[in-house]
Design a binder for this molecule. Structure first.
Ligand SMILES: *[C@@H]1O[C@H](CO)[C@@H](O)[C@H](O)[C@H]1NC(C)=O
Ligand SMILES: *[C@@H]1O[C@H](CO)[C@@H](O)[C@H](O)[C@H]1NC(C)=O
Ligand SMILES: *[C@@H]1O[C@H](CO)[C@@H](O)[C@H](O)[C@H]1NC(C)=O
Length: 453
C-alpha cells in the first residue's frame, strides 16, 4: 500500500518536472473569467453546484463544470453557451470477489491520477476552482495541490462533513472515521475562500478541530428553492394540480374531500435510509388516528431508498390491525414537476431529516417553502432555527409523540387559523430565491457583482 502510494507520488513529481503546468496570470473578476467547478458526484443530482454554475455563467464567467454524468443535468446547463461540461470517467466498479478494503484505495488512486492530470494539464488554468465538500476524498487534496501549482483561488463549498456522514453510517469508532476526520480538518484549511450552507457551520469551521484561519473569507450561503417550486394561490389552480397528481395513480376518490377540506393532504419525502427515522411519522400517524376528532388525512410519501419495503410492510400491518382509521398512506416516486405540484397543493409537509453534523439543512424543506408549504420538521440539531422558524413558517418536534401532538393541533378542527398563519410564513420564506442570495454573497466574493450595488 505504502509502496503503491510512493510510486504514484514519484510519478506525479516526475510528470511535474518534465511537464510544468502553466499558471493563471489573468484577472480574477469580470466577464470572461475562467472558473472550474468540481463535484465528485452526479452533476444531475447536485442542485447547489448547478445553481453556482448558472449564476457565474449569467454574470459572464466561463464555467467548466466537472463531475459524473449519470442523471441528465439541468436543461439550462446544457443550453448555456458559457458552461462546458467536463464529464469524469466512472471509476471501475468493484467485482464481488474483491474485498472493499482492497478495492477502495485502488478506486481513490484512479480518481487522484485522473483528477490531477485533468486539473493540471488537460484544462487551461483558471482564476477560481470551486469544489463541493463532501466528498472530501480525494477532492480536497487534489484541489488544493493543483490550485497551488496553477495560481488558482480555491473556494470550498461546505455542504456537510464527510467524516460525520461516515460516522453515522459506519459507527463512530470505525478507523476510517478518525482518519477521514484528520484528513478533512487539515486539508479543509487549505481553501483560500469558504462557503457554508448555514451560519452555524461557518462558526464551527473557525473553531477546533477545523480552525480555518480568520483571514480567509467564510460566507454562509443558504440554499434557496428552484424556480419550479411556486406556491398555488387560487382554488382552481389547486384543483388542476391535484388532478395531475392523483389521477395517474388512480386515486380519484380523494379529489372531492381534499377540495372541500374534509381531508388534509400531508406530504413527506424521504430517502428511506437509517438517518431518517420513518418510524417517528408512523408512530405519530397512529396516535393521530386514535383521536376522536381526527380529520381524515391522506399522507403521500415520496422517494426511493433501501428501507422502503420494510416500512411499507409495517404500514400494511398497522392498517390490518385497524390502527390507522381515517389515515391513508401512499408511497410514490414522482417526476420533478409532479412533485413540485404535489408540494404546492398539500396542507402540511413533514421532514424527518436528522443532521449528522448538526449544522447542515435539508434541501427538501427549502423546496417546500418555495411551494408555500408549511413544514413540521425534526428539530433536534443546532442549525434548525436558520430555516424553520417555530410558529412562523413551521413547527419542530423531536419524538413521535410530539409530532402527533403537532399534527393533532394543526390538522384538527381548531387548527385552521394556525395553519393559515404558517402558510403565510412559508410563502414569505420561499420568496427569497437563489439569485438574490447568490448575488449578495458569492457574487461579491468572486467580484462578479459590485460590492456597492
Ligand atoms: C499568461 O500565460 C499565458 C500562457 O498560459 C502566456 O501565453 C501569456 O504570455 C502570459 N501572460 C503574461 C502577461 O504573462
Ligand atoms: C454569457 O456571458 C456573456 C458575457 O461574456 C453574457 O453577456 C451572457 O449573458 C452570458 N450568457 C448566459 C446564457 O448566461
Ligand atoms: C373518520 O372521520 C369521520 C369524520 O371526521 C368520523 O365521523 C369517523 O368516526 C372517523 N372514523 C374513525 C374510524 O375514526
Amino acid at each position: 500500500m505504502a509502496g503503491l502510494i510512493s510510486l504514484v507520488l514519484l510519478g506525479l513529481l516526475i510528470a511535474y518536472i518534465v511537464l510544468k503546468p502553466s499558471r493563471y496570470n489573468g484577472t480574477n473578476s469580470g466577464k470572461g473569467v475562467p472558473v472550474h467547478i468540481l463535484v465528485l458526484g452526479d452533476i444531475g443530482r447536485s442542485p447547489r453546484m448547478t445553481y453556482h454554475a448558472l449564476s457565474i455563467a449569467k454574470h459572464g464567467g466561463k464555467v467548466k463544470l466537472i463531475g459524473y454524468l449519470e442523471n441528465p443535468p439541468h436543461p439550462d446547463i446544457l443550453a448555456n453557451p458559457n458552461i462546458t461540461l467536463i464529464p469524469l470517467p466512472t471509476p471501475p466498479s468493484r467485482p464481488p470477489s474483491v474485498p472493499f478494503l482492497l478495492f477502495a484505495p485502488i478506486k481513490v488512486i484512479f480518481q487522484i491520477l485522473h483528477l490531477t492530470y485533468l486539473l493540471l494539464y488537460l484544462l487551461p488554468p483558471s482564476a477560481w476552482l470551486l469544489v463541493q465538500n463532501p466528498p472530501s476524498i480525494p477532492t480536497l487534496a487534489v484541489a488544493s495541490l493543483t490550485s497551488h501549482l496553477r495560481n488558482t483561488n480555491l473556494i470550498i463549498d461546505w455542504h456537510n462533513y464527510g467524516w460525520t456522514i461516515l460516522s453515522s453510517t459506519k459507527g463512530p469508532s470505525h478507523p476510517f472515521v478518525s482518519l477521514s476526520k484528520i484528513y478533512e480538518t487539515h486539508l479543509g484549511r487549505l481553501g483560500s475562500h469558504h462557503l457554508t450552507v448555514t451560519h452555524a457551520m461557518a462558526r464551527q469551521l473557525r473553531a477546533p478541530p477545523y480552525r480555518i484561519p480568520p483571514h480567509k473569507p467564510m460566507i454562509p450561503v443558504h440554499d434557496r428553492p428552484a424556480a419550479i417550486f411556486q406556491p398555488i394561490l387560487s382554488p382552481e389552480e389547486r384543483k388542476d394540480a391535484l388532478i395531475k397528481v392523483l389521477f395517474p395513480s388512480g386515486r380519484r376518490e380523494f379529489l372531492r374531500p381534499l377540495l372541500n377540506g374534509d381531508m388534509k393532504l400531508l406530504v413527506s419525502s424521504t430517502s428511506w435510509t437509517p438517518d431518517e427515522d420513518f418510524s417517528l411519522l408512523l408512530t405519530a400517524l397512529t396516535m393521530y388516528a386514535a383521536r376522536a376528532d381526527a380529520v381524515p388525512v391522506l399522507a403521500i410519501i415520496t422517494g426511493k431508498g433501501p428501507q422502503k419495503e420494510m416500512y411499507t410492510d409495517r404500514m400494511e400491518a398497522l392498517k390490518k390491525e385497524g390502527k390507522l382509521p381515517n389515515v391513508t398512506i401512499l408511497t410514490a416516486f414522482l417526476p420533478f414537476e409532479e412533485y413540485a405540484s404535489l408540494l404546492a397543493c398539500a396542507d402540511l409537509g413533514v421532514c424527518l431529516h436528522m443532521s449528522s453534523s448538526g449544522v447542515d439543512l435539508p434541501m427538501k424543506v427549502v423546496d417546500m417553502f418555495g411551494a408555500g408549504l408549511p413544514v413540521v420538521a425534526y428539530g433536534g440539531y443546532e442549525s434548525f432555527g436558520e430555516l424553520v422558524k417555530e410558529g412562523v413558517n413551521g413547527r419542530g418536534f423531536e419524538t413521535g409523540e410530539e409530532l402527533a401532538g403537532v399534527l393533532g393541533g394543526l390538522l384538527g378542527p381548531g387548527g385552521e387559523e394556525e395553519l393559515k398563519h404558517l402558510k403565510k410564513g412559508a410563502v414569505e420564506e420561499g420568496r427569497r430565491r437563489w439569485d438574490e442570495e447568490w448575488d449578495g454573497t458569492v457574487g461579491r466574493l468572486m467580484g462578479f457583482v459590485d460590492a456597492t450595488s
